[in-house]
Structures are given as C-alpha cells and as structure tokens.
Write a protein of this length. Structure first.
Length: 110
C-alpha cells in the first residue's frame, strides 16, 4: 500500500532503509516460492545436460534426474529408477517444508 511508503517518507527513511524495511518484507513470500520452484526445477531438469553432454565428460555434469532417466531407459533398471524418483520426491519435499518453515520478518512481527 502507498500509505507505507508515505509514512516512510514522513519518518525520513533513506531509500536503502526503505528497501530493506518495507520492500523486502512485502516480497518475502514470493521469494520463498521462487526459491522452492527454482530448487525443484534444478533437481528435475536434465534435458539440457542430456542434449549437450549426456552427463560427461566422465560424470562432471551428471544430475539426479539424468541418473533416473538413464536407469529407466538405457539400463532397464526400472525398480532402481522408481526408488530414485521416490528419494528425489522426499528430498524435494523436505527441503520445501524447511523453506516454508523459515519465518520471515513479517511473520515474526505478527
């Protein structure tokens, strides 16, 4: 709301202090969601690595999603691929819940 920024001007807050005191707490929930979605995308997105390097040289660009894909398609180890998928799901779930449990400044002040 514009009243927050008007009050900050009346109180004599400098632009940097206004940014950290007003803008950051207002966008903290969006930043949390962005962190969660970026983490999920980085774990699951293996297509660029598959197209460019196929996990090489050696295993330098090997990702968990690529391991799952190779086990399910190239090696025929479907059970292992399914177990990898479950482990990836649990890891993503745990890290997402931890990220959601971190209190933002706005939630602490309430």
């Amino acid at each position: 709301p514009s009243t927050l920024f008007d009050a900050a001007k009346m109180d004599g807050l400098k632009p940097l202090k206004t940014f950290w005191s007003i803008h950051v707490p207002l966008i903290s929930s969006q930043v949390k969601m962005l962190v969660i979605l970026s983490f999920i995308g980085s774990i699951q997105n293996f297509l660029p690595v598959l197209i460019l390097t196929s996990g090489g040289p050696g295993t330098a660009t090997y990702l968990p999603g690529l391991e799952l894909y190779f086990n399910a398609t190239r090696f025929g180890r479907y059970g292992y691929a399914c177990a990898l998928g479950v482990v990836m799901f649990i890891a993503i779930l745990v890290i997402s819940v931890i990220n959601l449990k971190i209190k933002s400044v706005e939630e602490i002040n309430e």
